[in-house]
Design a protein around this ligand. Structure first.
Ligand SMILES: NC(=O)c1ccc[n+]([C@@H]2O[C@H](COP(=O)([O-])OP(=O)(O)OC[C@H]3O[C@@H](n4cnc5c(N)ncnc54)[C@H](O)[C@@H]3O)[C@@H](O)[C@H]2O)c1
Ligand SMILES: O=C(O)[C@H](O)COP(=O)(O)O
Length: 525
């Protein structure tokens, strides 16, 4: 039974779903990094929000971990390259809290426009300072969006409903999408010069870090109000403090900070500054959404291999997963066969699919071939890290889909380019479920790829099979299945035997010395 750890506060629906799907779940929140490292080795899945930091060290200790599920959007608390290298799938829930976060940005915009927190504090202090608080309307004002993705476009929609003019800086926003949203796509400088309110909705990346830098804050319109419900680090906090003090910026509201939890900040106590403790996603609706979604996604993956919203692997629906399962076994077997036979002398690999296989999602098949192929380099390789390892090794990977139907109703072919030329193996599925090798290096042969096997290439000659059987029999090696293929009578022949026990080095030498033997290689699947 797979085991999942929920390490951040999450709606109880998540644990309920894990249990309903036959997954054991522990909810242990508030752990330090060291405490997490001490327990993470027991778990197949880790469900988090933004507090748990899934670092290299945590991943190194997570020997059984297969999936990290983020109940939310931002995954900057997960070391994705390290997770990929460790073969751990990282998934998030990209839409479950978008409306809630957009609403928080709008709430902060109104709070700034009318100085609500200060007015509330003053009134509750018995001051009744009616003349102190003079707000501004948002109607007809220009709202500048930095980032117009899921959340930014919901903010735009709400702002248009408030009769604001919305302009957006987002290099990936197409003119068609801007038109559809009813907003104007502008340059960053244009936005800074024109916006009465600026709201940020980008991830934190090298291109967005400090996007509201000291220099850019200086380019804003005097009296601008700034809202950040996206990520700490998008705004230069020290420069913002100075701009608030000088009155150039009329107000700022931050839900997110460079350092979180933000227990101290030079911004705290600054007039016209509002803060919330990373509450963008904190509504009961959003938390139920993301908890259900993350638990369903993680359970699909752990129970049936379905992959949704993964950041380091292609998607695979829960319906596709069972159909692809036998193909992945076939693909991994073919990759492993080639890997064991040609070793690390592989420069390029082509994965061809035809017949029924050509109608499927090819990415998981490719991932499985690469995992099998690269198991000769690393026994921790799997479908998640195999494409990254292949890239790292400079392996040229090509996927080919043939519409034609050949001799088999479905076929997967793996061709590798080595310094000795191209070598190819192919396999099919019997009864749509049983992987079967049908061709090896140009020779037709029918064999299962399972357990311990022996690969022998010899000159086709009478009596050879008897001599081989005797050599193995005398060494106490029992033959399970026996598969023979040859190029032509009297030409090169291939034998694939499944054996009940590993073939030791001295026995391999005995087989090698049989007349006509060209190659002998033990294989394990
Ligand atoms: N405060 C919270 O609790 C909370 C809740 C949810 C999401 N978030 C954060 O909000 C942010 C936005 O989330 P989303 O779901 O809208 O993401 P998204 O991926 O849908 O949209 C991000 C947008 O930013 C744009 N972008 C990327 N680089 C840019 C650049 N250099 N300049 C301008 N635009 C750029 C992208 O093109 C994209 O349209 C994320 O950082 C997410 O983590 C915060
Ligand atoms: O990226 C997100 O989804 C938000 O930052 C929400 O974070 P939280 O789950 O910690 O509230």
């Amino acid at each position: 039974m797979p085991k999942v750890l929920i390490s951040d506060k999450m709606d109880p629906k998540a644990a309920q779903i894990f249990r309903e799907r036959g997954i054991q779940v522990d909810e242990i929140t508030g752990k330090t990094k060291e405490e997490l490292i001490a327990i993470i080795g027991d778990y197949d899945g880790l469900a988090i929000r933004s507090s748990t930091k899934v670092t290299k060290d945590v991943l190194a200790a997570a020997k059984n971990l297969k999936v990290v599920g983020r109940a939310g959007i931002g995954v900057d608390n997960v070391d994705i390259p390290a997770a990929s290298a460790a073969g751990v799938v990282v998934m998030n829930t990209p839409f479950g809290n978008s409306i809630t976060t957009a609403e928080h940005a709008i709430a902060l915009m109104f709070a700034l426009a009318r100085d609500l927190p200060a007015a509330d504090a003053s009134t509750q202090a018995g001051k009744w300072e009616k003349n102190r608080f003079m707000g501004v309307e948002v109607t007809s004002k220009t709202l500048g969006l930095i980032g117009a993705g899921n959340i930014g476009s919901i903010v735009a929609d709400r702002a248009l409903g408030l009769k604001m003019k919305v302009i957006a800086y987002d290099p990936f926003l197409t003119p068609e999408r801007a038109l559809e949203l009813g907003i104007e796509k502008v340059t960053l400088d244009d936005l800074l010069a024109r916006a009465d309110f600026i709201t940020l909705h980008t991830p934190l990346t090298d291109s967005t870090r400090n996007i509201l830098s000291r220099e850019n804050i200086a380019k804003t319109k005097k009296g601008v109000r700034i809202i950040n419900c996206a990520r700490g680090g998008l705004v230069d906090e020290a420069a913002l403090k100075e701009a608030l003090d000088s009155g150039h910026v009329a107000g700022a509201a931050l839900d997110v900070f460079v350092e979180e939890p933000a227990k101290v900040s030079p911004l705290f106590g600054t007039p016209n500054f509002i803060s919330t403790p990373h509450l963008g996603a904190s509504t009961s609706e959003a938390q139920v959404n993301v908890a259900i979604q993350v638990a369903e996604q993680m359970a699909d993956f752990l129970v049936s291999g379905g992959v949704t919203n993964a950041l380091n692997m292609p998607s695979l629906s829960a319906e596709e997963a069972p159909k692809l399962k036998p193909y992945m076994a076939l693909a991994e077997g073919l990759g492993s066969l080639v890997g064991q036979l040609v070793g690390d002398d592989v420069k390029a690999v082509a994965i061809e699919v035809e017949g029924a296989a050509a109608e499927l999602n090819q990415k998981p098949i490719t991932g499985a071939v690469l995992a099998g192929l690269m198991r000769v380099y690393s026994d921790t390789v799997n479908m998640v890290n195999a494409p990254f390892l292949a890239k790292e090794r400079g392996l040229d990977v090509r996927e080919v889909r043939h519409d034609r139907e050949g001799d088999y109703h479905t076929l997967v072919r793996v061709t590798v380019r080595t310094s000795a030329g191209e070598k190819s193996v192919a396999g099919t599925l019997f009864a749509n479920s049983e992987p079967r090798l049908v061709e090896i290096f140009g020779i037709k042969v029918e064999a299962d790829l399972a357990g311990t096997m022996l690969y022998v290439v010899n000159e086709d000659a009478p009596g050879f099979i008897g001599r081989l059987g005797t050599a193995l029999g005398e060494a106490g090696v029992n033959i399970g299945t026996f598969h023979l293929g040859r190029r032509a009578a009297g030409g090169e022949a291939v034998l694939l035997l499944s054996v009940d026990s590993p073939v030791t080095e001295p026995v391999l030498w005995d087989v090698c010395r049989l007349p006509g033997v060209k190659t002998v290689k033990p294989l394990t699947f």
